[in-house]
Ligand binder design. Structure first.
Ligand code: FES
Ligand code: FE2
Length: 374
């Protein structure tokens, strides 16, 4: 069955996009000399890579007469417009014209962009905000090669990150055993962590979830008794109102394999990582997606005590919306109007907490027992 079309009853002009780093492509898609166009937050973003390998992200329309630069070409370090062949250097300046006339004083609007873990991340900052944090580095020594995927889904970019803070769905939706979730110390910045302890067929599992804004959720799933760890980088991005991409990267690490010869290790990872991904992970992801595609965001959720991490998440998420930072949304609407829009997550959590207070401890002494890598 087709997912419901929420656009029928929604004023999409008021859709609020969050600030932060968001992944919109893989590095493989952007070869030196390549130009690609990606939808992102209601617009196109043109990505190109100079011949020397520098990634750039620019607004799509040429400042001369508005041709789409996604049809342009890279010449050495410059991007050249397909229409009258104006060329723009990596800093966005127009440096030559196709007819040989002196170039105009024109500047391409660009975004901050990062080559990061085999992915291309761009910064979204309403009202010209520059990056307020950097994406984290990871040490992938001992891990399998990454398995990547991307899915285009209806709804909100907040679905997967909220899912990570909703341990109460693991048992009824995915069939896991009982879970205990412990929010980790958080200073209210772009970071928010939770560690959940669950069982799967009687085996204890630890799920360590770390958020870096709304565009990166790093998840470690550890089956300690087997020395097995699956690490996911979940990198969702809103591409348009109620349209988003779910991207993820999974790597596997088996501690005892470190003692095996390299070729044996490689062979086992080549067999086991796809099996874990396709036979264990994807079926569960599909259960979540079925919910995400068809859910309606309840304005005043009737929260219960175990929803505490989720309520904390919704309150934390408000900071990424321009209306919450400036008092006025970048679309010109007042925060109250903006919050009436389809993106109701943030407000809901706060309201629910006020109406139905749930109690959670932040930080807790028990959290100190759990090793939490930075
Ligand atoms: S529109 Fe780009 S060079 Fe004329
Ligand atoms: Fe889930």
């Amino acid at each position: 069955m087709e997912p419901p079309d929420h656009t029928n009853d929604t004023d999409l002009s008021a859709f609020a996009y969050p600030d932060g780093w968001f992944v919109i492509a893989t590095a493989d898609e952007l070869k030196p000399g390549g130009v690609i166009t990606k939808p992102f937050m209601g617009k196109d973003v043109v990505l190109y890579r100079t011949k020397s390998g520098l990634p750039r992200a620019v607004d799509p329309y040429c400042p001369h007469l508005g041709a789409h630069l996604g049809d342009g070409k890279v010449e050495d370090e410059d991007i050249v417009c397909p229409y009258h062949k104006f060329a723009f250097s990596p800093d966005g300046r127009c440096v030559r014209t196709g007819c040989g006339d002196k170039p105009p004083q024109a500047q391409l609007e660009s975004r901050h962009v990062r080559d990061w873990n085999g992915l291309i991340a761009v910064w979204q900052g309403a009202d010209g905000r520059v990056p307020e944090w950097e994406l984290p580095e990871f040490d992938w020594a001992g891990y399998s090669a990454p398995i990547r995927s991307v899915r285009f889904l209806p709804g909100s970019v907040q679905n997967p990150t909220e899912n990570g803070f909703d341990p109460n769905h693991q048992k009824p939706l995915h069939g896991w055993g009982n879970s205990v979730a412990q929010l980790q110390p958080c200073d209210g910045s772009h970071r928010l962590d939770v560690i959940a302890r669950l069982t799967l067929k009687g085996l204890p599992i630890i799920i360590d979830v770390k958020l870096h804004g709304l565009g990166l959720m790093a998840v470690e799933v550890s089956l300690e008794r087997a020395g097995l760890q699956a690490k996911f980088l979940v990198t969702p991005a809103q591409i348009a109102p109620l349209k988003w991409t779910y991207r993820e990267t999974m790597r596997l690490r088996i501690s005892w394999l470190a003692r095996w010869p390299a070729f044996a290790r490689k062979t086992i990872y080549a067999l086991l990582a796809p099996a874990v991904y396709h036979l264990w992970y994807v079926p569960q992801l599909k259960q979540d997606i079925r919910i995400w595609e068809r859910r309606s965001f309840i304005r005043y959720p009737r929260a219960i005590a175990v929803d505490a991490p989720l309520i904390a998440y919704r309150r934390w998420a408000t900071q990424f919306y321009p209306a919450c930072k400036t008092g006025v949304a970048h679309n010109g609407k007042q925060p109250s109007e903006n919050r009436e829009a389809v993106h109701r997550f943030a407000d809901d959590g706060e309201r629910a907490h006020a109406e139905h207070p749930v109690h959670f401890v932040l930080p807790s002494r028990t959290a100190a027992k759990v090793p939490v890598p930075d």
